[in-house]
Design a binder for this molecule. Structure first.
Ligand code: 3UK
Length: 563
């Protein structure tokens, strides 16, 4: 029986995902107003992004570059993806609509696997390399995953999850033959995916999927609670490529992308794979992309577009200045995208002073696939995320979903060509209300349509009746040279309800003592309204973060008070 929210045609033989879409009434309103958002009923995003590039004569151009300097042209990627698609279907029995777990750090082979799954009509489920067997097990159960392609160096945790799972049947490993593989584990005797693929023809007839068929399940990084799976269609992937990249980023075929977010995080999937390919550009896929790794790799590969998180920009700024990475300093970098967390104005100016480059901030969400509010380097305003990306609509609303006046803080509500569809999850009704996606962020908007991030809605600090947004206090603290990283939360207080507490990681050489506490408190009072200053400061050597690098403020709230 056709699901009410589903179009008639599907290429999926296995209808698991289709059967678990939210009811039509619980889905957001989708907007397809731009001419570039007119999709035909049948669409395979793998064909559009890969096969079409090759058919248009781009086959010989560089597409992906590995950390080991391996260069994959568009034709190389196509051949490998098509061969793996054959392995999935012929050797592993994949049926269209089945879910395939992908487990690997960023590397060209992971990209080939992603395209293989999508071309075969499967549903790609990316997983963060650092996940353990138990977390993998939750994902496998939730998405009833039957197939997996995994970097052999990450085999151990998957093997444990596989042994415990009633769903997972078919696993293939790729990667080096011996190093890092435990001798006697049996893995050294299994045939590698590369060898199986080499026996297959370089052309696979792509499955003629519907634009409305699910091709991607993205699990939310989850700063709290049980993981949720968001469902994205072939059409959504193409829609994301048609909004932020041409209207804000404006990269071109000569660009070389580089960055840190894993391809299992939609920020990385878009920013380091889909978006570069949508313009025929090249992308460097690094297995390790810490700030020092990126500082070394940018000049080595001549990267021109950098995609990473605010904390990474802050940590890289001094090294970038010394190395002269910006194009105006004789380097190659010309565009830098920041997302995942609020960009403190202090970090924006630090990066500009270090490299001459104005950061392109953008808010995206796993539920919306990618960035929907942003500003390019010429339109950026300090402290603002930007304006709504063409293709989307956004407003700031009160608890009754009514728009609030300009300058008033409220909840961010978004609509566009992409939107939230949780797989079988009652939390759908929280994220989507009356057709609007509610991201859980508190924002205000100015008269020019610029959106200003305040905090996560549930992170707003209320102290003596004042609303205080932690990120504003964090920005004030980050302007002090002794502060390397910080997180500001509200902690319970008998008199004031809550008080502002800062957790501070000091720069090397700075002393964590009472003098420093007073210095930082006075510094904040001099920078922003004094009532916002942190009455409590705790020095720490690091801050708790998710696999995607997001601060876990809830974990700081749950800490026992420091003695
Ligand atoms: C926060 C931001 C302020 C915000 C993401 C780009 O982060 C991504 O997805 P997640 O599902 O988290 C979504 C939430 O993260 N956030 C992200 N970017 C910003 N807050 N300024 C920003 N620039 O709370 C949002 O609701 O992990 C980012 C592209 C794809 C993504 N999935």
């Amino acid at each position: 029986m056709a699901h009410p929210a589903n179009p008639a045609y599907t290429a999926h033989v296995d209808t698991f995902a289709r059967d678990r879409l939210p009811a039509a009434a619980d889905q957001p309103t989708f907007l397809f107003e731009l001419p570039t958002l007119q999709f035909s009923e049948r669409l395979n995003c793998g064909v559009e992004l890969l096969d079409r590039r090759v058919a248009e004569g781009w086959g010989g151009r560089r597409c992906l570059i590995g950390a080991d300097d391996s260069v994959w042209t568009y034709a190389d990627l196509q051949h490998q993806a098509h061969r793996i698609a054959h392995v999935l279907v012929r050797d592993m029995g994949l049926q269209a609509g089945q879910r395939v777990l992908l487990r690997s750090a960023n590397q060209p082979m992971l990209a080939a696997c992603w395209f293989a799954v999508v071309l075969a009509g499967g549903i790609a489920v990316g997983t963060m390399p650092m996940l353990r067997a138990q977390e993998l097990g939750q994902i496998i159960d939730k998405a009833q995953i039957s197939h997996a392609l995994c970097d052999v160096r990450l085999a151990d945790e998957l093997a444990v999850a596989e042994a415990a799972s009633p769903w997972l049947r078919q696993v293939r490993y790729f990667g080096p033959a011996s190093p890092g593989v435990a001798a006697g584990s049996g893995l050294d005797r299994l045939e590698r995916l590369e060898s199986s693929a080499a026996r297959q023809p370089a052309w696979f007839d792509p499955v003629d999927t519907a634009a409305g068929d699910v091709c991607l399940l993205a699990f939310t990084s989850g700063t709290t609670g049980q993981p949720k799976a968001t469902m994205h269609l072939h059409r959504d992937v193409m829609a994301a490529c048609a909004c932020f990249p041409p209207h804000v980023l404006r990269a071109d075929a000569n660009d070389v992308f580089i960055g840190s977010p894993p391809l299992a995080f939609t920020f990385g999937l878009g920013g380091l794979l889909l978006f570069p390919m949508s313009v025929g550009a090249a992308a460097v896929l690094l297995e390790k992309a810490s700030p020092p790794d990126l500082l070394a790799a940018i000049p080595r590969f001549g990267a021109t577009v950098l995609v990473t998180a605010p904390t990474s920009y802050r940590a890289m700024a001094e090294g970038a200045r010394v190395a002269g990475l910006g194009v105006g300093q004789g380097g190659t970098l010309r565009k830098c995208v920041s997302a995942g967390e609020a960009l403190p104005a202090a970090t924006r100016s630090l990066w500009r002073e270090a490299t001459g480059i104005e950061l392109i901030d953008g808010i995206g969400a796993t539920e919306l696939l990618h960035i929907f509010i942003s500003a390019d380097e010429t339109d950026a305003r300090p402290g603002a995320t930007g304006r709504v990306v063409p293709g989307y609509r956004a407003m700031v609303v009160d608890e009754h979903l009514q728009p609030v006046p300009v300058g008033t803080v409220g909840r961010l509500a978004v609509q566009g060509p992409t939107g939230c569809r949780y797989l079988d999850d009652p939390r759908q009704q929280q994220y989507v209300q009356r057709g609007w996606n509610l991201t859980g962020d508190a924002y205000s908007m100015d008269a020019d349509g610029y959106f200003y991030f305040q905090s996560r809605t549930d992170d707003m600090i209320v102290s003596s009746g004042y609303n205080i947004a932690g990120p504003e206090v964090e920005d004030a603290l980050l302007r002090h040279p002794a502060v390397a990283e910080c997180a500001v939360i509200g902690i319970p207080d008998a008199q004031r309800g809550q008080i502002v507490k800062a957790f501070v990681v000091l720069s090397p050489g700075a002393a964590a003592d009472d003098d420093m506490t007073r210095t930082l408190q006075d510094f904040v009072k001099a920078g922003i309204a004094p009532y916002k200053y942190p009455r409590a400061i705790e020095f720490r050597s690091s801050l708790p973060r998710t696999a995607t690098g997001k601060l876990q403020r809830f974990r700081l709230r749950d800490l026992p008070p420091a003695s």
